[in-house]
Design a binder for this molecule. Structure first.
Ligand code: URA
Length: 271
């Protein structure tokens, strides 16, 4: 059997995915609107106890049409597994479109129209699912959570909250000259604090003792994304631990228009 994500047939999600903001609200100068909005990953069936707020979809997400399936998603799946949360989560991003350019995200961090649509998702999720904790990945997601908390339904949320460093912080920090090992240690120290706060607070799917991160991320710290999180029929290698999608192009415009998808070498049954 190949469990799959049944999609958005039920309310309030059916209306939300029919009625999404376009370039009039998400300007094409700051967002890759041409790849379409990508809404969520995880449970919409009333069983999610943890709500994760990510930042914005990247190349893998543009292909699978579910969020947090690339490096960031696989790392954070491992975090959830350490809490004993294997299936009872739902994830949404701060932005439904991929941010384009260095400043795109910060410029729109407090955009009221973008927030209004995001609040409809957050309100719908907490109204229909027994959310015990919200976890924000990175600063923009933290701003999104705090902005929602200023609304009546956000203010009424009584669950736990943790703001953690974004899962791909070590990669972006390394890109701007920081020692990758130092950046990874910073991430994992921060994640250990969040695990300590949430372990025992959130009801696990599978109760397991807390295994903290060491100073570097090991394969045992990652968890595979369940097939139940993706649309039916997607091949298993799209959930593997190796990257398989990347933006490529000789010019910025060509790169923006192109995602190369390549099956990881060890996942090819024909070679
Ligand atoms: N992909 C997402 O969907 N969200 C993130 O925050 C990072 C990568």
């Amino acid at each position: 059997m190949h469990p799959f994500d049944p999609g958005y047939a039920q309310e309030p999600y059916a209306t939300l995915v029919s009625d999404y903001p376009g370039p009039e609200i998400y300007p094409a100068t700051d967002f890759r609107v041409e790849w379409g909005p990508i809404f969520h990953r995880g449970r919409l069936d009333g069983t999610a106890r943890v709500l994760v707020i990510g930042q914005d979809p990247a190349s893998h997400e543009a292909v699978t049409r579910r969020i947090l399936v690339g490096t960031a998603g696989r790392r954070f799946q491992g975090f959830l597994a350490k809490l004993g949360i294997d299936t009872s989560y739902v994830m949404v991003n701060t932005f439904v479109y991929s941010v384009f350019g260095q400043q795109g995200g910060n410029t729109h961090a407090k955009d009221e129209k973008i927030a209004a649509y995001r609040h409809r998702w957050l309100d719908g999720i907490v109204a229909h699912q027994p959310i015990e904790a919200v976890i924000a990945l990175g600063g923009l997601a933290d701003t999104a959570y705090r902005t929602w908390r200023e609304t009546p339904s956000g203010a009424a949320f009584t669950g736990a909250y943790q703001h953690v460093i974004h899962p791909t912080f070590p990669d972006s920090a390394a890109g701007s000259g920081t020692d990758p090992a130092v950046a990874m240690n910073k991430l994992l120290t921060n994640w250990n604090s969040a695990l300590e706060a949430l372990h025992g607070t959130v009801t696990p799917d599978t109760s397991r003792p807390l295994v903290r991160y060491g100073s570097t991320l090991t394969p045992a710290d990652l968890a595979t994304i369940p097939s139940a999180d993706l649309p039916p029929g997607l091949p298993a290698w799209m959930r593997s631990d190796e990257p398989w999608a990347s933006r490529q192009g000789a010019t910025p415009a060509e790169k923006r228009a192109t995602i190369i998808v390549q099956i990881p070498p060890d996942q090819r049954p024909f070679s």
